[in-house]
Ligand binder design. Structure first.
Ligand SMILES: O=C(O)C(=O)C[C@@H](O)[C@H](O)C(=O)O
Ligand code: MG
Ligand code: MG
Length: 389
């Protein structure tokens, strides 16, 4: 079996907040008539440069065509030399590797007639507990808007939420108090996510103020790659600390500095399922917990994480993939499903990821390129279309 072709399609999908995320759908075809699908998810993050998708298509064809798609490790090695990892959270080269690696897993598993979870170790879980994101407050009037989100999503079965914090602590505090007053113990807050916006000491002061409320962990409470700062925070604060993994060197430094309790592992940020499995293994070896993070993928990227999570022995904290619930549309005929706050792993008897592209939806949401349009830094950081200054 050999790779015979590749197609990249850019789609712009609006969220319920009005913010539009651009994704690239990957299709890798084999000479045996099987097509694997993947997703380079959510390019709509800083830094504000964009990839030339026509050129990227040519580059990936030159790397992939003629290779056996089951040679996933060897292809990953070559992808890494073409798209090297950086010490940065939203490195776009990692998104590229993730989309290709996912499509190779889907293609290989389909060719073997098995699900991706069975290709990477089999199933431990058939569902993954997830939490719903509440995006960052800048103004007090956003508190009621976000309490309405909790009400709506609680009715749908989501009972765990995570809160992005740090721009308006009065509003953060008012929101946490509102949740406590209205829902009591029926709703849990998994994490306060500082998104690397504050230095570790400011974050520690903020956590001290918000510790009147229950939350399980704190995420990203220092500037990016401030391994010492994370360690200082971790030793100063009672709550466990989680951080995203965006490179093996970064993860190695966090292990050496004993900076975190929990690794937040997402294929999109570490460059694919193959690398995410290695990061999860490193977490296990280091005696750290792990959870599946997210950039808020569409159903292909989310299904990939469901298969990954299903096969991990050390997925021991509530995870974050809720993208299909955040977007107004999807690009598959059979979107992933959520039940009572769990992401359901696609059926074992469905080959690959168990996802089927919806050509009509792709045509409807197709856009020419990854150009930025008129967005603000606030919108890119906090995922809203809110333009109030
Ligand atoms: O845990 C995080 O950090 C995120 O989920 C970051 C978000 O910005 C995510 O990438 C999104 O697009 O909502
Ligand atoms: Mg985070
Ligand atoms: Mg994202």
């Amino acid at each position: 079996m050999k790779i015979s072709d590749l197609r990249l399609t850019v789609v712009g999908i609006p969220r319920h907040t009005g913010f539009v995320s651009k994704h690239v759908i990957v299709e890798i075809m084999s000479d045996e008539g099987v097509t694997g699908i993947g997703e380079m998810s959510d390019f709509s993050h800083l830094p504000r440069f964009s990839l030339d998708v026509t050129d990227l298509t040519a580059v990936l064809k030159s790397i992939l065509i003629g290779k056996n798609p089951l040679d996933i490790s060897a292809i990953n090695k070559e992808l890494l030399s073409n798209f090297p990892e950086m010490m940065f959270y939203y490195e776009k080269g990692n998104f590229v590797r993730n989309g290709v690696d996912a499509a190779l897993h889907d293609l290989g598993a389909k060719a073997l007639g098995i699900s991706v979870a069975d290709l990477i170790g089999g199933r431990i879980k058939d569902k993954i507990k997830v939490c719903f994101p509440i995006f960052r407050h800048r103004f007090m009037e956003e508190v009621e808007e976000n309490l309405a989100v909790v009400r709506k999503r609680f009715q749908q079965g989501f009972d765990v939420f995570r809160l992005y914090v740090g721009k308006n602590l009065d509003a953060d505090e008012a929101f946490l108090d509102g949740v406590k007053q209205e829902f009591g113990s029926k709703v849990k807050v998994k994490s306060l996510d500082f998104s690397h916006l504050l230095d570790w000491k400011e974050a520690a002061q903020a956590v001290k103020r918000l510790s009147a409320y229950d939350f399980q962990m704190v995420e990203s409470p220092a500037f990016q790659n401030d391994f010492e700062g994370l360690r200082h925070f971790r030793l100063k604060v009672d709550h466990p600390v989680s951080e995203h993994v965006w490179s093996f060197r970064q993860q190695s430094e966090m292990i050496k500095h004993d900076s975190v309790d929990i690794f937040n592992i997402s294929p999109i940020f570490i460059g694919g399922l193959t690398c995410a499995r290695k990061a999860a293994a490193a977490a296990e070896v280091a005696g750290k917990g792990c959870l599946l993070g997210t950039t808020q993928e569409l159903s292909i990227g989310t299904a990939a994480m469901a298969h990954l999570g299903s096969s991990l022995v050390n997925l021991n904290y509530t995870s974050d993939p809720t993208g299909p619930e955040l977007y107004q549309s999807d690009i598959v005929k059979n979107p992933v499903q959520y039940e009572n706050g769990y992401l359901i792993v696609p059926d074992r008897d469905k080959p690959g990821f168990g996802m089927e592209l919806d050509p009509e939806s792709i045509a409807k949401h197709k856009v020419d390129d990854l150009s930025w349009g008129d967005v603000s830094v606030h919108q890119l950081q906090d995922r809203t279309s809110q333009t109030k200054a």
